[in-house]
Design a protein around this ligand. Structure first.
Ligand SMILES: Cc1cc2nc3c(=O)[nH]c(=O)nc-3n(C[C@H](O)[C@H](O)[C@H](O)COP(=O)(O)O)c2cc1C
Length: 200
């Protein structure tokens, strides 16, 4: 095979990985616990994301085992106390607790702003999101592992900030929630990219 053909095949594979990436949700997880090595690989690849001035503005908190149960208890409790009783839905509360039997690991995604950094916050947020995309794409390659970025589960509650022992200069940007799946969904109905591209 010529070098050109080999390169073409690699490009095709990259296209396939990007285009088959999907958000896979806890209701699709079997509850099997994943090997920690998979999580390490996600975190390793997240760390390769571009970031302005190489300031590494991300921090990740791995939540598993007993801590995962405690975290979900906390998320359910925060939902209950922060929701007016007219709006409170028991099935939503129960759904959060049921995640204990579905999610394998959760990775809290944290924006870390260093006072010594001269970067603009918006750029640091972008860098963190690039890290999350690396995790998403890495997951695409594992046939029996799914995950998604959640900004629920108490993300914007200061008590969750406290629960995760985040520092004052840190903000929770959600979680990368991961679990084992029997058969991974890869289909997607994506809109035509031409609709979102302009030319000057
Ligand atoms: C910043 C961000 C926050 C998200 N938060 C949630 C969330 O709280 N709950 C949820 O179900 N999906 C969440 N998602 C996942 C989106 O629902 C998902 O990306 C979208 O449905 C497109 O599906 P796809 O990822 O399979 O292409 C989030 C995605 C991003 C980028």
């Amino acid at each position: 095979m010529s070098l050109y053909t080999q390169l073409l095949n690699i490009v095709k594979e990259i296209n396939e990985i990007i285009r088959s990436r999907r958000s896979i949700f806890p209701k699709e997880f079997t509850g099997k616990i994943l090997d920690d090595g998979i999580i390490d690989n996600l975190l390793l690849n997240a760390n390769y994301a571009p970031n302005h001035k190489s300031n590494y503005p991300w921090r990740f908190v791995v939540i598993k085992d007993l801590a995962l149960n405690n975290w979900l208890d906390k998320a359910a409790e925060l939902y209950r106390v922060s929701t007016h009783q007219d709006k409170f839905k028991q099935d939503k509360f129960d759904k959060i607790l049921a995640y204990k039997h579905q999610i394998s690991h959760s990775i809290a995604i944290v924006l870390h702003r260093d006072s010594l950094d001269s970067t603009i916050e918006r750029e640091d947020i972008c860098a963190v999101a690039c890290g999350v995309q690396n995790m998403y794409l890495t997951l695409s390659v594992y046939p029996n592992v799914g995950g998604y970025w959640s900004t629920g589960l108490g993300t914007y509650d200061s008590l969750m900030h406290e629960f995760l022992h985040l520092e004052e200069n840190e903000s929770l940007m959600g979680y990368f929630v991961v679990g084992h799946v029997e058969l991974k969904r890869t289909d997607g109905h994506k809109r035509d990219f031409n609709k979102f591209v302009r030319h000057l």
